[in-house]
Ligand binder design. Sequence first.
Ligand SMILES: [Zn+2]
Length: 351
Amino acid sequence: MGESKRGLLERLNADAVICAEGYLFELERRGYLSAGAYVPEVVLDHPDAVRQLHREFLRAGSDVIEAFTYYGHREKLRIIGKEDLLEPLNRQALELAKEVAQEATDEPALVAGNICNTNIYDPGEPGTEDSCRAMFAEQVGWAADAGVDFVVGETFTWTREAEIALEIIKQTDLPAVVTLAIPAEGKTRDGDLPAEACRRLEDAGADVVGLNCYRGPATTLELLEQIRERVNCHVAGLPVPYRTNAEQPTFFHLPDPACDCLPAEGTFPIALDPFTCNRFEMAAFARACYDAGIRYIGVCCGGAPHHVRAIAEALGRRPPASRYSPDLTKHFAFGTDESLKEVNVGYRDRM
Ligand SMILES: [Zn+2]
Protein backbone atom coordinates (compact mmCIF):
# COMPACT_ATOMS: atom_id res chain seq x y z
CA MET A 1 0.00 0.00 0.00
CA GLY A 2 0.95 3.58 -0.35
CA GLU A 3 3.16 3.57 -3.47
CA SER A 4 2.52 6.51 -5.71
CA LYS A 5 0.27 5.62 -8.52
CA ARG A 6 -0.57 7.58 -11.65
CA GLY A 7 -4.19 8.40 -12.39
CA LEU A 8 -6.22 7.37 -15.42
CA LEU A 9 -5.75 10.53 -17.45
CA GLU A 10 -2.05 10.73 -16.73
CA ARG A 11 -1.66 7.18 -17.98
CA LEU A 12 -3.81 7.80 -21.06
CA ASN A 13 -1.81 10.89 -21.95
CA ALA A 14 1.40 8.89 -21.69
CA ASP A 15 0.36 5.63 -23.34
CA ALA A 16 -2.52 3.19 -23.68
CA VAL A 17 -4.61 1.93 -20.76
CA ILE A 18 -5.79 -1.68 -20.96
CA CYS A 19 -9.07 -2.57 -19.29
CA ALA A 20 -10.15 -6.19 -19.08
CA GLU A 21 -13.86 -6.83 -18.76
CA GLY A 22 -16.05 -9.83 -19.47
CA TYR A 23 -16.61 -10.94 -15.89
CA LEU A 24 -20.23 -11.96 -16.42
CA PHE A 25 -19.59 -14.30 -19.33
CA GLU A 26 -16.40 -15.78 -17.92
CA LEU A 27 -17.82 -16.44 -14.46
CA GLU A 28 -20.95 -17.89 -16.05
CA ARG A 29 -18.78 -20.30 -18.04
CA ARG A 30 -16.97 -21.22 -14.83
CA GLY A 31 -20.27 -22.02 -13.13
CA TYR A 32 -20.53 -19.13 -10.69
CA LEU A 33 -23.53 -17.19 -11.96
CA SER A 34 -26.56 -17.81 -14.12
CA ALA A 35 -26.94 -16.67 -17.73
CA GLY A 36 -30.20 -14.81 -18.24
CA ALA A 37 -30.56 -12.71 -15.11
CA TYR A 38 -26.75 -12.32 -15.13
CA VAL A 39 -26.54 -11.02 -11.58
CA PRO A 40 -23.02 -11.02 -10.06
CA GLU A 41 -24.08 -12.98 -6.96
CA VAL A 42 -20.68 -14.65 -7.13
CA VAL A 43 -19.25 -11.58 -5.40
CA LEU A 44 -20.90 -12.69 -2.15
CA ASP A 45 -21.22 -16.42 -2.77
CA HIS A 46 -17.71 -17.16 -4.05
CA PRO A 47 -15.48 -14.12 -3.61
CA ASP A 48 -12.40 -16.25 -4.31
CA ALA A 49 -13.66 -16.86 -7.84
CA VAL A 50 -13.90 -13.11 -8.44
CA ARG A 51 -10.50 -12.48 -6.87
CA GLN A 52 -8.98 -15.13 -9.07
CA LEU A 53 -10.40 -13.70 -12.29
CA HIS A 54 -9.31 -10.18 -11.31
CA ARG A 55 -5.86 -11.64 -10.71
CA GLU A 56 -5.79 -13.44 -14.06
CA PHE A 57 -6.71 -10.26 -15.92
CA LEU A 58 -4.10 -8.33 -13.94
CA ARG A 59 -1.40 -10.89 -14.74
CA ALA A 60 -2.48 -10.76 -18.38
CA GLY A 61 -1.82 -7.03 -18.50
CA SER A 62 -4.96 -5.17 -17.47
CA ASP A 63 -4.12 -1.75 -16.04
CA VAL A 64 -7.57 -1.52 -14.51
CA ILE A 65 -9.34 -3.73 -12.03
CA GLU A 66 -12.99 -3.00 -12.51
CA ALA A 67 -15.16 -3.76 -9.50
CA PHE A 68 -17.63 -6.44 -10.51
CA THR A 69 -20.77 -4.41 -9.93
CA TYR A 70 -22.03 -4.69 -13.49
CA TYR A 71 -25.70 -5.67 -13.13
CA GLY A 72 -25.24 -5.47 -9.39
CA HIS A 73 -27.90 -2.79 -9.39
CA ARG A 74 -31.30 -2.44 -7.78
CA GLU A 75 -33.32 -3.56 -10.80
CA LYS A 76 -31.31 -6.76 -11.28
CA LEU A 77 -31.42 -7.67 -7.61
CA ARG A 78 -35.17 -7.06 -7.66
CA ILE A 79 -35.61 -9.61 -10.47
CA ILE A 80 -33.98 -12.32 -8.37
CA GLY A 81 -35.76 -11.18 -5.19
CA LYS A 82 -32.57 -10.19 -3.36
CA GLU A 83 -32.62 -6.41 -3.07
CA ASP A 84 -31.34 -6.78 0.48
CA LEU A 85 -28.01 -7.89 -0.98
CA LEU A 86 -27.55 -4.72 -3.03
CA GLU A 87 -25.29 -2.78 -0.68
CA PRO A 88 -23.24 -5.71 0.66
CA LEU A 89 -22.69 -6.94 -2.89
CA ASN A 90 -21.48 -3.56 -4.11
CA ARG A 91 -19.24 -2.94 -1.13
CA GLN A 92 -17.70 -6.39 -1.32
CA ALA A 93 -17.09 -6.13 -5.08
CA LEU A 94 -15.26 -2.84 -4.54
CA GLU A 95 -13.12 -4.35 -1.77
CA LEU A 96 -12.19 -7.35 -3.93
CA ALA A 97 -11.08 -5.07 -6.76
CA LYS A 98 -9.03 -2.88 -4.43
CA GLU A 99 -7.38 -5.87 -2.86
CA VAL A 100 -6.24 -7.43 -6.14
CA ALA A 101 -5.17 -4.08 -7.63
CA GLN A 102 -2.47 -3.97 -4.95
CA GLU A 103 -1.00 -7.24 -6.22
CA ALA A 104 0.36 -5.58 -9.36
CA THR A 105 4.06 -6.24 -9.69
CA ASP A 106 5.10 -2.62 -10.24
CA GLU A 107 2.63 0.27 -10.16
CA PRO A 108 -0.70 -0.69 -8.50
CA ALA A 109 -3.57 -1.17 -10.93
CA LEU A 110 -6.27 1.46 -11.24
CA VAL A 111 -9.52 0.56 -9.51
CA ALA A 112 -12.73 1.43 -11.32
CA GLY A 113 -16.25 1.62 -10.00
CA ASN A 114 -18.88 0.49 -12.45
CA ILE A 115 -22.46 1.43 -13.30
CA CYS A 116 -24.38 0.33 -16.36
CA ASN A 117 -27.62 0.12 -18.28
CA THR A 118 -30.48 0.05 -15.79
CA ASN A 119 -33.02 -1.66 -18.07
CA ILE A 120 -35.69 0.62 -16.62
CA TYR A 121 -34.95 3.77 -18.62
CA ASP A 122 -37.89 4.54 -20.90
CA PRO A 123 -38.21 7.84 -22.78
CA GLY A 124 -41.97 7.27 -22.89
CA GLU A 125 -42.05 7.40 -19.09
CA PRO A 126 -40.20 10.52 -17.97
CA GLY A 127 -40.36 9.38 -14.34
CA THR A 128 -37.83 6.68 -15.14
CA GLU A 129 -35.10 9.32 -15.40
CA ASP A 130 -35.32 9.92 -11.66
CA SER A 131 -35.42 6.19 -10.97
CA CYS A 132 -32.20 5.79 -12.99
CA ARG A 133 -30.64 8.71 -11.14
CA ALA A 134 -31.37 7.04 -7.81
CA MET A 135 -29.94 3.71 -8.97
CA PHE A 136 -26.76 5.34 -10.26
CA ALA A 137 -26.40 7.53 -7.17
CA GLU A 138 -26.38 4.64 -4.72
CA GLN A 139 -23.78 2.67 -6.69
CA VAL A 140 -21.57 5.67 -7.42
CA GLY A 141 -21.78 6.61 -3.73
CA TRP A 142 -20.47 3.21 -2.67
CA ALA A 143 -17.70 3.40 -5.29
CA ALA A 144 -16.66 6.85 -4.06
CA ASP A 145 -16.71 5.62 -0.45
CA ALA A 146 -14.35 2.83 -1.49
CA GLY A 147 -11.91 5.35 -2.93
CA VAL A 148 -11.94 4.15 -6.56
CA ASP A 149 -9.71 5.93 -9.08
CA PHE A 150 -12.49 6.51 -11.60
CA VAL A 151 -15.97 5.34 -12.51
CA VAL A 152 -17.04 3.52 -15.66
CA GLY A 153 -20.61 3.94 -16.92
CA GLU A 154 -21.15 1.44 -19.69
CA THR A 155 -23.32 -0.51 -22.08
CA PHE A 156 -25.82 2.30 -22.54
CA THR A 157 -27.96 1.99 -25.65
CA TRP A 158 -29.75 5.28 -24.91
CA THR A 159 -27.71 8.47 -25.08
CA ARG A 160 -30.02 10.00 -22.51
CA GLU A 161 -29.45 7.25 -20.00
CA ALA A 162 -25.69 7.65 -20.47
CA GLU A 163 -26.04 11.38 -19.85
CA ILE A 164 -27.86 10.73 -16.59
CA ALA A 165 -25.16 8.29 -15.51
CA LEU A 166 -22.52 10.87 -16.34
CA GLU A 167 -24.37 13.55 -14.40
CA ILE A 168 -24.24 11.34 -11.31
CA ILE A 169 -20.58 10.38 -11.76
CA LYS A 170 -19.72 14.07 -12.19
CA GLN A 171 -21.15 14.79 -8.75
CA THR A 172 -18.00 13.12 -7.45
CA ASP A 173 -14.57 14.46 -8.37
CA LEU A 174 -13.72 11.21 -10.09
CA PRO A 175 -12.89 10.84 -13.78
CA ALA A 176 -15.78 9.42 -15.82
CA VAL A 177 -15.45 6.84 -18.58
CA VAL A 178 -18.75 6.54 -20.44
CA THR A 179 -19.24 3.97 -23.18
CA LEU A 180 -22.20 3.15 -25.36
CA ALA A 181 -23.34 -0.18 -26.78
CA ILE A 182 -24.49 0.37 -30.34
CA PRO A 183 -27.32 -1.82 -31.65
CA ALA A 184 -27.40 -3.29 -35.16
CA GLU A 185 -28.94 -0.17 -36.73
CA GLY A 186 -25.77 1.75 -35.96
CA LYS A 187 -27.40 4.40 -33.78
CA THR A 188 -28.29 4.78 -30.14
CA ARG A 189 -31.90 3.98 -29.38
CA ASP A 190 -32.62 7.69 -29.22
CA GLY A 191 -31.42 7.89 -32.82
CA ASP A 192 -27.96 9.43 -32.40
CA LEU A 193 -24.96 8.43 -34.43
CA PRO A 194 -22.31 7.09 -32.03
CA ALA A 195 -19.92 9.96 -32.77
CA GLU A 196 -22.63 12.55 -32.08
CA ALA A 197 -23.68 10.87 -28.86
CA CYS A 198 -20.06 10.70 -27.71
CA ARG A 199 -19.55 14.35 -28.54
CA ARG A 200 -22.51 15.24 -26.35
CA LEU A 201 -21.11 13.15 -23.52
CA GLU A 202 -17.76 14.89 -23.85
CA ASP A 203 -19.48 18.27 -23.79
CA ALA A 204 -21.30 17.17 -20.64
CA GLY A 205 -18.00 16.45 -18.93
CA ALA A 206 -17.01 12.87 -19.71
CA ASP A 207 -13.25 12.32 -19.53
CA VAL A 208 -13.28 9.29 -21.80
CA VAL A 209 -16.04 8.32 -24.26
CA GLY A 210 -16.43 5.36 -26.55
CA LEU A 211 -18.02 1.99 -27.12
CA ASN A 212 -18.25 -1.29 -25.31
CA CYS A 213 -20.08 -4.58 -25.82
CA TYR A 214 -22.59 -5.72 -28.50
CA ARG A 215 -20.15 -5.52 -31.44
CA GLY A 216 -17.00 -7.44 -32.23
CA PRO A 217 -13.75 -5.81 -33.32
CA ALA A 218 -14.72 -5.89 -37.00
CA THR A 219 -17.86 -3.78 -36.51
CA THR A 220 -16.56 -1.60 -33.70
CA LEU A 221 -13.36 -0.15 -35.13
CA GLU A 222 -14.94 2.01 -37.82
CA LEU A 223 -17.32 3.58 -35.30
CA LEU A 224 -14.43 4.23 -32.93
CA GLU A 225 -12.55 6.01 -35.70
CA GLN A 226 -15.59 8.21 -36.34
CA ILE A 227 -15.75 9.00 -32.63
CA ARG A 228 -12.00 9.75 -32.57
CA GLU A 229 -12.55 12.32 -35.34
CA ARG A 230 -15.45 13.96 -33.55
CA VAL A 231 -14.22 14.33 -29.96
CA ASN A 232 -11.18 15.84 -28.28
CA CYS A 233 -11.06 13.66 -25.19
CA HIS A 234 -9.70 10.12 -24.95
CA VAL A 235 -11.65 7.34 -26.65
CA ALA A 236 -12.40 3.86 -25.30
CA GLY A 237 -12.96 0.70 -27.32
CA LEU A 238 -14.01 -2.54 -25.61
CA PRO A 239 -15.66 -4.83 -28.16
CA VAL A 240 -16.92 -8.32 -27.53
CA PRO A 241 -14.39 -10.84 -28.86
CA TYR A 242 -16.76 -12.33 -31.42
CA ARG A 243 -16.66 -12.35 -35.21
CA THR A 244 -19.44 -9.95 -36.05
CA ASN A 245 -19.75 -8.72 -39.64
CA ALA A 246 -21.65 -6.27 -41.85
CA GLU A 247 -24.65 -8.58 -42.00
CA GLN A 248 -24.59 -9.33 -38.27
CA PRO A 249 -22.98 -6.26 -36.70
CA THR A 250 -23.86 -7.36 -33.15
CA PHE A 251 -23.50 -10.66 -31.31
CA PHE A 252 -27.21 -11.20 -30.77
CA HIS A 253 -28.26 -13.06 -33.91
CA LEU A 254 -25.18 -14.83 -35.24
CA PRO A 255 -26.37 -17.94 -37.10
CA ASP A 256 -24.52 -21.23 -36.66
CA PRO A 257 -25.70 -23.52 -39.46
CA ALA A 258 -22.99 -26.07 -38.58
CA CYS A 259 -24.75 -26.88 -35.30
CA ASP A 260 -27.93 -28.95 -35.27
CA CYS A 261 -28.55 -28.91 -31.52
CA LEU A 262 -28.91 -25.21 -30.77
CA PRO A 263 -31.59 -24.06 -28.34
CA ALA A 264 -34.56 -22.26 -29.90
CA GLU A 265 -33.17 -18.87 -28.87
CA GLY A 266 -30.15 -19.33 -31.10
CA THR A 267 -26.49 -18.76 -30.30
CA PHE A 268 -26.78 -15.74 -27.97
CA PRO A 269 -25.68 -15.68 -25.26
CA ILE A 270 -24.49 -19.18 -24.36
CA ALA A 271 -23.59 -20.80 -27.68
CA LEU A 272 -21.34 -18.12 -29.13
CA ASP A 273 -18.22 -20.28 -28.81
CA PRO A 274 -17.65 -20.90 -32.53
CA PHE A 275 -17.55 -17.16 -33.22
CA THR A 276 -14.91 -16.36 -30.61
CA CYS A 277 -12.06 -14.21 -31.87
CA ASN A 278 -8.66 -15.71 -31.43
CA ARG A 279 -5.84 -13.90 -29.67
CA PHE A 280 -4.35 -12.69 -32.96
CA GLU A 281 -7.58 -10.95 -33.90
CA MET A 282 -7.69 -9.15 -30.55
CA ALA A 283 -4.04 -8.18 -30.91
CA ALA A 284 -4.74 -6.76 -34.37
CA PHE A 285 -7.68 -4.79 -32.96
CA ALA A 286 -5.53 -3.33 -30.21
CA ARG A 287 -2.84 -2.25 -32.65
CA ALA A 288 -5.39 -0.70 -34.99
CA CYS A 289 -6.92 1.22 -32.07
CA TYR A 290 -3.58 2.50 -30.91
CA ASP A 291 -2.61 3.60 -34.41
CA ALA A 292 -5.93 5.44 -34.70
CA GLY A 293 -5.32 7.32 -31.45
CA ILE A 294 -7.74 5.25 -29.38
CA ARG A 295 -5.99 4.75 -26.07
CA TYR A 296 -8.39 3.04 -23.65
CA ILE A 297 -8.45 -0.46 -25.04
CA GLY A 298 -10.10 -3.57 -23.73
CA VAL A 299 -12.47 -6.42 -24.20
CA CYS A 300 -16.05 -6.99 -23.05
CA CYS A 301 -18.38 -10.02 -22.73
CA GLY A 302 -16.62 -13.18 -23.88
CA GLY A 303 -13.16 -11.88 -23.14
CA ALA A 304 -10.70 -14.14 -21.35
CA PRO A 305 -7.16 -13.66 -20.03
CA HIS A 306 -5.49 -14.90 -23.22
CA HIS A 307 -7.21 -12.08 -25.14
CA VAL A 308 -5.96 -9.52 -22.65
CA ARG A 309 -2.39 -10.80 -22.78
CA ALA A 310 -2.48 -10.63 -26.59
CA ILE A 311 -3.69 -7.02 -26.38
CA ALA A 312 -0.94 -6.16 -23.91
CA GLU A 313 1.77 -7.76 -26.03
CA ALA A 314 0.42 -6.05 -29.15
CA LEU A 315 0.98 -2.77 -27.33
CA GLY A 316 4.57 -3.70 -26.62
CA ARG A 317 4.11 -4.83 -23.04
CA ARG A 318 5.27 -7.91 -21.26
CA PRO A 319 2.88 -8.58 -18.39
CA PRO A 320 3.58 -11.33 -15.84
CA ALA A 321 1.58 -13.89 -17.84
CA SER A 322 3.93 -13.34 -20.80
CA ARG A 323 6.34 -15.60 -18.98
CA TYR A 324 4.15 -18.38 -20.34
CA SER A 325 3.43 -16.97 -23.77
CA PRO A 326 3.45 -19.53 -26.56
CA ASP A 327 6.70 -20.95 -27.87
CA LEU A 328 5.64 -23.34 -30.57
CA THR A 329 9.24 -24.10 -31.52
CA LYS A 330 9.09 -26.68 -28.74
CA HIS A 331 5.95 -28.48 -29.89
CA PHE A 332 6.70 -32.17 -30.36
CA ALA A 333 5.47 -32.30 -33.96
CA PHE A 334 5.05 -28.69 -35.09
CA GLY A 335 8.20 -27.35 -33.46
CA THR A 336 11.59 -26.52 -34.89
CA ASP A 337 13.83 -27.26 -31.90
CA GLU A 338 16.74 -29.35 -33.15
CA SER A 339 16.34 -31.95 -30.42
CA LEU A 340 12.82 -32.90 -31.55
CA LYS A 341 12.41 -36.33 -33.05
CA GLU A 342 12.16 -36.52 -36.82
CA VAL A 343 9.70 -39.40 -36.47
CA ASN A 344 7.21 -36.84 -35.09
CA VAL A 345 8.26 -33.65 -36.88
CA GLY A 346 8.18 -35.50 -40.18
CA TYR A 347 4.69 -36.72 -39.44
CA ARG A 348 3.07 -33.32 -38.89
CA ASP A 349 1.41 -33.01 -42.30
CA ARG A 350 -0.38 -36.31 -41.85
CA MET A 351 -1.71 -35.60 -38.37
ZN1 LIG B 1 -20.30 -6.77 -22.68
